[in-house]
Ligand binder design. Structure first.
Ligand code: A3P
Length: 285
């Protein structure tokens, strides 16, 4: 089997271990000075990570050009990420795709900052379909139709999008949690980057913000081997794999049939009932 299971959720088979999930949840000590990017996979994680790293370096691109994403901001729930982070001194920057109930529990009594990135689940689904198909990290069915069924049931990597969102959004009023959508980042990147700076307590000059925008742009990240996963071992990826794929909002419209869009909507409405629509900018797109 190419999957690892933990608490009823499927994870990729390589780089993960149920024992590590347990330790991460129960024993990992989150520090007050930590900055953590949290997302459901394919929500624009790496874009946010790039922005966070560049804010940290005041727009200097050296770090993002010399160190791969997963070393600059390791995924805490992976075996190597956990090994690295648990002994790291000082303030740390790291990443996680964990749903809230599997997240390090020490976070909830800390002042560490979480940036929770969200994206239209239809685009998350399409982005995931191409990503998982072109890599051998997590096996998925051939057709988008079959993948959609699994996605809606939560039988995909990291479980249900709906549960992930509901869990993390319950934290949205906390001072140390900032919710950022892919859609607002696309629509007004500067304003959103300034919002992230303010949340992180970083005062960047306008020209430094210009550099953050330049080096986290789609084109720059696509060409930067340290961001665009071109260093993944060949055994993981198909030929012509580009992690930075299309980078737009609403690509789902090119892939869903009318019937699929309706079926998706029905479940979306049921599961997301009760949330103010303005929380989710994709409802206006
Ligand atoms: P698409 O597959 O729709 O193009 P994650 O990092 O969570 O895996 O998300 C990957 C998605 O973010 C991909 O979406 C990718 O193209 C997009 N992305 C990455 N960097 C980006 C950038 N600088 N600007 C816009 N989108 C970006």
């Amino acid at each position: 089997d190419s999957y690892v299971w933990f608490e009823g959720i499927r994870f990729p088979g390589s780089g993960f271990d149920p024992e590590v999930f347990r330790e991460v949840r129960d024993k990992f000590v989150v520090k007050n000075e930590d900055t953590i990017t949290v997302t459901y996979p394919k929500s624009g994680t790496n874009w946010l990570v790039e922005i966070v790293c560049l804010i940290h370096s005041n727009g200097d691109p050296k770090w993002v050009q010399s160190v791969p994403t997963w070393n600059r901001s390791p995924w805490v729930e992976t075996i190597p990420g956990y090994e690295f982070l648990k002994d790291q001194e000082g303030p740390r920057i790291y990443t996680s795709h964990l749903p809230i109930h599997l997240f390090p529990q020490s976070f909830f009594s800390s002042k560490a900052k979480v940036i929770y990135g969200i994206r239209n689940p239809r685009d998350v689904l399409v982005s995931g379909y191409f990503f998982w198909r072109e890599t051998n990290i997590f096996k998925i069915p051939e057709t988008l139709k079959e993948f959609m069924e699994l996605f809606l049931q939560g039988h995909v990597a990291y479980g249900s999008w709906f549960e992930h969102i509901r869990g993390w959004l319950s934290m949205r009023e906390r001072e140390n949690v900032l919710v950022v959508s892919y859609e607002e980042l696309k629509k007004d990147t500067r304003v959103t980057v300034e919002k992230i700076c303010e949340f992180l307590g970083k005062k960047l000059k306008p020209e430094e913000i210009d550099l953050v925008l330049k080096y986290s742009s789609f084109q720059f990240m696509k060409e930067n081997k340290m961001s665009n996963f071109t260093m993944l071992p060949d055994s993981y990826v198909n030929e012509n794999f580009s992690f930075i794929r299309k980078g737009v909002t609403g690509d789902w419209k090119n892939h869903f049939t009318v019937a699929q869009a309706e079926a998706f909507d029905k479940i979306y409405q049921e599961k997301m009932a009760g949330y103010p629509p303005k929380l989710f900018p994709w409802e206006e797109c």
